[in-house]
Write a protein that binds this ligand. Structure first.
Ligand code: EPU
Length: 337
């Protein structure tokens, strides 16, 4: 475990932005993590997981700790369920494939989401009608100040849409080290209610889908719409889908009857930001190396050498265009650093 100075983070963020860490260290065990925290108590610290949900707009004047804890295992099982644990640094998609290979159900709709196991609870990742909170049991996290390990159960995490305690009160105070999920061994709850999945399965002539079929369908949809960060830098959805009051929505709908929406409660409506951005004329828009993806307008991309500032400026331009046309504010989902 060596601390390196003036370290390039280009390979450590899926946007592929060039930015430097004043100091950088990768930790491979909770013991190493504890030592680093103890020995650098007075240093400013920045915790880095898979780097898949952040936009670096400047160098990081801190000790960057890259959480690289590996391992996955079955903790216990009964006839119906299995409890699996992944260490924080495990690649999320590989973890999902490992569960599917054993016919454990619950994570299949979240195949191919970039990032690591340890960061999934932070923003309650989700896709195609499923969220992490549906199968999440608990996670262990080290308190940065005391180096004590604390267990957070589902309730303690206070999950919401792309939200958790780790983005609120507990922000910057804990480092998640492992996560436990409760998955099905039989009577899988196959969820293909999200339109795109059933269409994809039909296309593949699958009528009674297995977990693997659902996962493959999700992979095919994601590959057709979402850019692969290895080929084109991006951070998945850059914006959240805005949730607005029904009154506000009805006023907008009067002017734009074709607007797409989902009712989330009797008083609240969610509007797909991708649709708003596309209608505002920004789908496929490019300025220098910063762009809005051509197949999914919610995703901003780096064509090569965009700076974080350029991507940020583009995101602001998109926000303004959407607001000017629809009076709806869209918020960034990624962490802007
Ligand atoms: N749409 C457009 N134009 C676009 C993109 C979308 O008109 O450019 C419309 C679609 O036609 C559809 C609606 O918007 O009617 C929703 O689109 P989609 O199913 O692609 O999902 P999304 O709401 O844009 C969310 C998540 C994604 C997740 C998908 C599928 C957020 C912020 N994003 O996107 O998550 O994969 O649903 O469940 O909730 C991520 O968080 O990084 C991510 C990729």
């Amino acid at each position: 475990m060596t601390i390196q100075n003036n370290f390039s983070l280009k390979k450590y963020n899926t946007f592929g932005i060039e930015a430097k860490a004043r100091q950088f260290v990768a930790v491979h065990s909770t013991a190493e993590l504890k030592t680093v925290l103890q020995e650098n108590q007075h240093e400013k610290k920045f915790i880095l997981g898979g780097g898949s949900n952040m936009l670096l707009t400047q160098n990081i004047d801190a000790l960057v700790i890259h959480v690289d804890l590996k391992g996955k295992k079955i903790l216990k099982e009964d006839e119906d369920f299995v409890w699996v644990e992944g260490q924080a640094g495990e690649n999320w998609h590989e973890f999902v494939l490992w569960t599917i290979a054993q016919d454990f159900g619950g994570l299949e709709n979240m195949s191919l989401i970039p990032g690591n196991v340890g960061t999934t609870p932070v923003q309650n990742i989700g896709a195609y009608g499923t969220e992490i909170k549906d199968t999440f049991v608990s996670c262990e996290a080290m308190q940065i100040a005391t180096q004590e390990i604390k267990v957070f159960n589902k309730e303690a995490c206070r999950f919401g849409y792309r939200e958790s305690i780790f983005k609120q009160e507990a922000k910057d105070q804990y480092i998640i080290t492992s996560v436990v999920f409760k998955l099905t061994k039989r009577n899988h709850k196959i969820n293909i209610s999200y339109g795109d999945i059933s269409k994809e399965l039909e296309k593949q002539h699958v009528s009674i889908p297995s977990l693997k079929d659902v996962s493959n369908a999700v992979i095919a949809i994601r590959q057709s719409k979402l850019p692969d960060p290895k080929e084109l830098g991006n951070s998945g959805s850059f914006f959240k889908n805005p949730v607005i009051s029904k009154t506000h929505f009805e006023a907008v709908q009067q002017q734009f009857p074709e607007i797409k929406f989902f009712e989330v409660s009797p008083t609240e409506i969610k509007v797909p930001a991708g649709w708003l951005i596309e209608q505002a004329g920004y789908k496929g828009f490019r300025k220098g190396d910063a762009g809005v993806h051509k197949n999914q307008a919610l995703v901003l991309v780096n064509y090569g050498n965009a700076t974080g500032q350029e991507i940020l400026a583009l995101s602001k331009e998109v926000q303004k265009a959407v607001f000017d046309k629809y009076t709806i504010a869209i918020e960034a989902e990624v962490n802007v650093i």
